[in-house]
Unconditional design. Structure first.
Length: 150
């Protein structure tokens, strides 16, 4: 088996982000946590993931500051996994992946879940990358400016 190489010190922010959330189970756990799932058993039942794999992913997400362990909200003896502020910021990432999946991976008219505004029940508008002045930018209108190593 090939040993996973850490990207935690990479110069690229995308590489560092993938080091933390690049595993598909991790992103699905984050997706479910954004929907309000908090208990180990609920994550397992919803994802169909093996207990050991789930325990490892949850531990890693806690260590990386995406989730934190909190006392159960119902006052029981259980613990729950709660998104931190850092974890909640991934909402935009998950929404962007969802919208890309909707546009690129479903046939016209094929049923799938949709992200809706909780207050109005309407489908969320397509995300767009914006310049500082508010212009919408396409993929070919941006570039990465590399910072020279010190």
């Amino acid at each position: 088996m090939v040993k996973r190489v850490s990207l935690s010190q990479a110069a690229c922010p995308v590489a560092r982000a993938l080091d933390v959330i690049g595993d598909w189970w991790s992103l699905l756990i984050i997706r479910d946590a954004l929907e309000g799932v908090r208990r180990f058993g609920a994550f397992q039942a919803g994802l169909g993931i093996a207990k050991g794999m789930l325990a490892t992913r949850l531990r890693d997400l806690v260590e990386d500051g995406i989730l934190e362990i909190a006392p159960a909200s119902d006052g029981s003896a259980y613990s729950e996994y709660v998104l931190t502020a850092k974890g909640r910021e991934l909402h935009l990432v998950v929404a962007a992946l969802r919208q890309w999946g909707e546009a690129a991976l479903y046939a016209p008219g094929e049923d799938h879940s949709v992200l809706v505004d909780r207050t109005r029940g309407q489908k969320v508008a397509r995300l767009a990358l914006q310049a500082a002045d508010g212009r919408t930018l396409q993929w070919n209108e941006t570039r990465v400016r590399h910072v020279a190593a010190v």
